[in-house]
Design a protein around this ligand. Sequence first.
Ligand SMILES: Nc1ncnc2c1ncn2[C@@H]1O[C@H](COP(=O)(O)OP(=O)(O)OP(=O)(O)O)[C@@H](O)[C@H]1O
Ligand SMILES: O=P(O)(O)OC[C@H]1O[C@](O)(CO)[C@@H](O)[C@@H]1O
Ligand SMILES: [Mg+2]
Length: 410
Amino acid sequence: MRSISKKCIGVLTSGGDCPGLNAVIRGVVKSSNQLGYDCVGFLQGYEGLHDPVRYKTLTPKNTTGILNQGGTILGSTNKGRFAATVGVSDRVEIDPELLAGVKTTVEQLGIEGLVCVGGDGSLAIAQQFHEYGIPVVGVPKTIDNDLSSTAFTFGFDSAIECATNALDRLHTTAASHGRIMVLEVMGRHAGWIALHAGIAGGGDVILLPEIPWTWENVCHKVLSRESQGKQFTLVVVAEGAALPDGRGVGKEQSGRQAQLGGIGQIVAEEIERRLQRETRVCVLGHLQRGGAPTTFDRVLATQYGAHAVRLIVEGKLGEMVCYQPPDIMSVPITEAVNQLRQVDPNSSAVQAARALGISFGNSTADSSPFAFRSATDHRSGQGLSRRETVETDAAFALDLVEAATEEALA
Ligand SMILES: Nc1ncnc2c1ncn2[C@@H]1O[C@H](COP(=O)(O)OP(=O)(O)OP(=O)(O)O)[C@@H](O)[C@H]1O
Ligand SMILES: O=P(O)(O)OC[C@H]1O[C@](O)(CO)[C@@H](O)[C@@H]1O
Ligand SMILES: [Mg+2]
């Protein structure tokens, strides 16, 4: 254990990794060092906080050169003993003995505040720490960009850069062969990656968790492109989008959230079956989470790290830093995790996409692309409460898709 003669700040990275985690760590270390704090980083997310305690002392010297490195030098996990929300159920209480153990670790190390870098699930754990009296602040991370109260989580920009690059590449090969290409991207509850990459990469059909779609409309788009002399079509589908019959595609995992994936294959096979057109699928998977952060994510992550330290110094425990352009602000962690931020089907971005003729697989809206509504008309419906999301998860778990894969194709 370190000597506690000097004040100290702790940091950990939790949940699915993403580009920019190291930039946050560096931001925390450098800015806390300037203020005279020591810094420790716990290993493997929350797991390193107790039994056994695993951490390393972080200094400006040993964190040098990590700004542009993907992954996290502290390690991360999206499973373990601290589940605060799991798959189909709502809030899960963390074992009080674990919480007591964590509190002891934090006190023994003289930690004034613990910076918890995570997505919705990991910040739900931080919220329970806060309620127990463990001094935490949150930093919003996830490629899915589905946390409310912040315009962007870091990692998202890097993920859409990767997905856009993939679409650029698929575009040329699709055009050369006159094929339909389906790109499956990540996005558990929210279709931000599919939407942004789809627009940036010239997608023709974008299928999201937020917008129900039909096979007929997807196929209609392919045929209407052909009638314009375009022999190829790019389809982008979020892994969390449901099939037209409402079922999700993935596999159940015990004690943790379902592993999504596979909808791209189903979409490709069904288009091919219905239209007799050569259709191929590309699953981008973890390429979206790896590699160096974009410039935007480096700047955002660095700001998040520095402002998380500021929150601790100002005694704003239980708060999460957030980006409300042009400022980095803070909100109670509970506010950010109780409401997921989903794509609003009437948002400006979706409207613009429709205006260009991009299909979201639902004909009503597709047929009137210029029926724009003012920005204020549609804000009330935005977001999905934690409970509604859990119900969606429950539906996923009930119909999981070994069976669906075959049935959807029948
Ligand atoms: N130590 C742990 N013990 C148990 N579960 C954990 C632990 N750390 C993280 N998790 C779980 O991992 C999952 C993913 O974490 P989080 O939501 O923070 O990341 P994410 O990037 O948003 O990923 P996802 O989209 O998969 O939720 C959450 O369900 C969270 O509760
Ligand atoms: O790598 P894992 O554990 O399969 O997690 C995948 C999930 O994590 C995320 O990438 C978010 O971090 C989701 O988009 C995806 O559903
Ligand atoms: Mg999450």
